[in-house]
Design a protein around this ligand. Structure first.
Ligand SMILES: [Zn+2]
Length: 464
């Protein structure tokens, strides 16, 4: 088997790993690379392989940095099956279409601004909604824990990753040239005790692993502490009469924050302030969550039995239309606005940030990892002035980061997860981390006694 690391190598976005087994080509994830505009466009447009010669795609989960370049793959001629869990497929139904619409409207806005500056207005969207629909038509769903054949000599099974709804690790049983071995791709590893989701599984009987390393240097505080932090922060902002603006990926953090706010209001820990989930995608994703209650953990199942709805309460408004979204601007604080995108690169969050970061009463709440060069990272780094839609805005609002809400395993859990592999594993390839993060985790895993830990460069290929 050959593994080629064509994305999320020495970086976090654009997950894409190509396996060649028995002459068949299987792609693990097809994520969108996110970063500086020109670089992102180039890396997403130009595949390092011929999509027409791919046999299948195995998709770990619906996040755009894992699924978001599928429409482009199909546009470039891929026609094989895209295997995913049912919840991942249902989330992708909304996420890929949404991604296409955002790209189309961003390009339109970018071209309009360029034309106003007298510059050429000929930028093109990476892909369209029609491309997203074509990709969705290729999905084939496979539930967790049920093995299925991907190619001759290759049997796959999805295992619970505990990262977002439907998220899976991919385990392959491979027979090649008379040799049998087991390979696993961790996808994004979730956390123990996250709200809503079940815990990630630990794999022990695997020979070779591709493993994520997002938080190779950082151990998160427990989810309960993060909830306490969130409460303190909401209370302080409410006392100032301010607004809390939360850039969140539409899937995952949005539902968790709603779940936590709901819990706090029910327990009278905070007043019932208005909460807006301002993202049509988050609204649709919340619906998908409701339809996949079979994936929830015990606590959420219990809440459902008592309350009927873990993602709705009287002061919560889900907004779909642009008019509803704009109307939030006229509301005075205190209130909470949860909106996409999570790294503030696109979407409605940009309008809310533009309108609110100049007021020191307000709080921008960062709840997930922010890629370098994104607006989210600039806000998290408290740059005094930031550019939004090509204009400069002074950052006077408070900026708070709560890492404990992350859906990614922290350093301690990554080490525990890898240590469970020790009895059998021969190679661990660390991906999906900034270079210092992957390097730090590699060092820790070697100290744990794991044999071969590698941090492959982009487009590196290895034979195993
Ligand atoms: Zn993810």
């Amino acid at each position: 088997m050959e593994i080629a690391f064509h994305g999320a190598a020495q970086t976090v976005t654009g997950s894409q790993h190509l396996l060649t087994i028995n002459g068949r080509r299987i792609l693990l994830d097809c994520g969108l690379y996110q970063g500086a505009r020109a670089e992102a466009l180039r890396r997403n447009r130009d595949f390092a392989f011929d999509p027409r010669r791919l046999d299948a795609v195995l998709l770990s989960h619906a996040h755009i940095d894992h699924s978001g370049n599928l429409p482009n793959l199909v546009q470039d001629g891929f026609r094989g099956p895209i295997y995913a869990t049912p919840a991942t497929r249902d989330l992708c139904e909304y996420m890929l279409r949404d991604s296409a619409r955002i790209q189309e409207s961003d390009v339109a806005f970018y071209n309009k601004k360029a034309a106003q500056r007298g510059e050429p207005a000929n930028a093109e969207a990476l892909y369209t909604e029609a491309d997203a629909a074509a990709a969705l038509a290729l999905f084939q769903t496979r539930p967790l824990d049920r093995p299925f054949e991907v190619a001759p000599g290759v049997t796959a099974v999805f295992r619970e990753a505990g990262h977002i709804l439907g998220s899976a690790m991919v385990v392959l049983d491979i027979e090649e040239a008379g040799r049998r071995f087991r390979f696993a791709f961790s996808g994004d590893i979730g956390r123990m005790g996250l709200p809503i989701l079940r815990d990630p599984v630990f794999l022990s009987d695997v020979d070779h692993v591709i493993m994520e390393s997002t938080y190779g240097t950082k151990t998160h505080r427990p989810p309960a502490e993060a909830a306490a932090e969130l409460r303190t922060l909401v209370q302080a902002t409410v006392a100032r009469g301010g607004k809390i603006i939360v850039p969140a990926f539409a899937v995952g953090r949005s539902q968790e924050i709603v779940y936590e706010l709901h819990k706090m209001i029910r327990e009278r820990l905070i007043p019932p302030i208005p909460v807006f989930v301002d993202s049509p995608l988050a609204v649709n994703a919340s619906q998908v969550f409701k339809e996949h209650a079979e994936l929830f953990d015990e606590e959420t199942q219990a809440l459902l039995r008592h309350n009927g709805d873990a993602f709705g309460f009287s002061s919560l408004t889900y907004t779909r239309s642009v008019e509803e979204s704009k109307a939030i601007n006229d509301q005075h604080g205190p209130l909470v606005i949860i909106s996409a995108s999570g790294m503030c690169e696109t979407g409605r969050i940009l309008h809310h940030l533009r309108n609110n970061i100049g007021d020191p009463r307000n709080t921008v709440l960062i709840v997930s990892w922010q890629a370098p060069h994104t607006l989210g990272r600039r806000l998290a780094d408290r740059e005094p002035e930031v550019k939004i839609f090509g204009e400069w805005y002074k950052l006077r609002a408070q900026v708070a980061t709560i890492n404990g809400l992350s859906g990614h395993a922290g350093r301690d859990l990554l080490i525990r997860w890898a240590a469970a592999l020790k009895p059998r594993v021969k190679n661990v390839f660390l991906v999906h981390g900034e270079p210092e993060s992957s390097a730090a985790l590699a060092e820790a895993l070697r100290a744990e006694g794991l044999p071969q830990v590698h941090t492959p460069a982009l487009h590196a290929a290895v034979e195993i």
